[in-house]
Design a protein around this ligand. Structure first.
Ligand code: FAQ
Length: 312
């Protein structure tokens, strides 16, 4: 019986089909998806924090409204993704518990500080740019509830990326020398951490082979990183900033840009909890959760009262 179900699952995967929440699936497939989708959800809600620091300091009303909308979108992405993870049988409380206790991961990128207003533009341009590169192939993920969530998320991320690039363009084209220097400084600090967002090199990526086999991941970590670099070089030229890598140059033979060595020791330190802002980010998440306890309690009490009334 089990072998038959597994054969049907494998056949569906092989023909590029989709798996729905109620379909039979191997335990390891389910676990892999809960891990990836919940890490993704955690990244969205932790990613709200570095930007939140700038809501009260945005330079104009227009920029403030845009930033607020972007941060709200990210909260929404977190919700779609938690809902997608819940279809696999793990409750939201369990998922959040894993985040708050430090068991679950979230993207390394959100453990870096946002020091100036230019950082907000660079997060839109480079961090959202990297996120889109990684997430567009996830719209074809074999697990359908995740794939469907990713379609909407990607549309909103495109808007986020454009707004970031636009705000940098304003500073680079009409700004003072100080503003231009501020943009270049932000690019210098964010470039390498953005390249790390795609995960370890393929040779060290423990989950890649199985996830590719199952159609969860469609394109490898290294291939996505290369596509991101190739796409970004031209955008940097138009903007008028230099990407901080002396080894970055077009390789005619490969048809791609060569680039310098990534500091993987730094990556693993940040993933392991020792980045510049890991403690601050997790601390803020736990505080927000604790501060919201009265809202959850009140909503629950209200729901119980309504249910009792209906019975009476
Ligand atoms: N940070 O074997 P692999 C956003 C971990 S975009 C931290 O290659 P996998 C939007 C990995 O979990 C950012 N940990 O793993 C936004 C594993 O550890 P584990 C979120 C990382 O899963 C923009 C170990 O290393 N996007 O939030 C990282 O096959 C602006 C071995 O790695 C997603 O999550 C990292 N960078 O591939 C919001 C996309 N990389 O789990 C606000 C969905 C790897 O065994 C503002 N996720 N690790 O303990 C994915 O596509 C994949 O999970 C990868 C990693 C590609 C991230």
């Amino acid at each position: 019986e089990e072998a038959q179900l597994e054969a049907r699952f494998e056949a569906r995967i092989d023909e590029g089909g989709f798996i729905e929440a109620k379909d039979w699936m191997p335990d390891h497939y389910r676990k892999t998806l809960v891990r990836q989708i919940s890490q993704h959800a955690h990244s969205e809600i932790v990613g709200m924090l570095p930007e939140g620091n700038w809501v009260t300091r945005a330079p104009t009303l227009k920029r403030k409204a845009i930033l607020l909308a972007k941060i709200q979108d990210e909260g929404g992405h977190g919700l779609y993704l938690y809902a997608a993870a819940e279809t696999l049988g793990t409750s939201r409380d369990q998922l959040l518990d894993a985040l708050h206790s430090g068991k679950a991961k979230y993207s390394s990128i959100f453990n870096y500080p946002t020091l100036t207003w230019a950082d907000i533009g660079v997060i839109g341009w480079l961090v959202d740019g990297a996120a889109i590169m990684n997430q567009v192939p996830l719209c074809r993920c074999s697990y359908a509830p995740y794939a469907r969530a990713m379609i909407r998320v990607c549309r909103e991320e495109s808007f986020h990326q454009r707004q970031g690039y636009d705000s940098l363009l304003v500073m680079m084209q009409g700004g003072t020398p100080e503003q231009k220097a501020m943009v270049q400084d932000a690019v210098n600090r964010w470039w390498w951490p953005c390249l790390m967002m795609f995960g370890p090199p393929d040779g060290e990526s423990v989950h890649s082979a199985q996830s590719m086999r199952w159609g969860i991941k469609r394109i490898s970590n290294d291939e996505l990183r290369q596509k991101f670099i190739d796409a970004t070089v031209q955008q940097a030229q138009v903007l008028g900033v230099t990407l901080p890598d002396p080894d970055l140059k077009w390789n005619e033979e490969r048809g791609h840009h060569d680039f310098g060595a990534i500091d993987w020791d730094e990556f693993w330190r940040v993933v392991g909890g020792e980045g510049p802002c890991n403690q601050e980010r997790l601390g803020m998440r736990i505080k927000a959760w604790d501060d919201g306890a009265w809202v959850r309690d009140a909503a629950l009490a209200h729901a119980r009262k309504q249910a009792t009334k209906e019975q009476a």
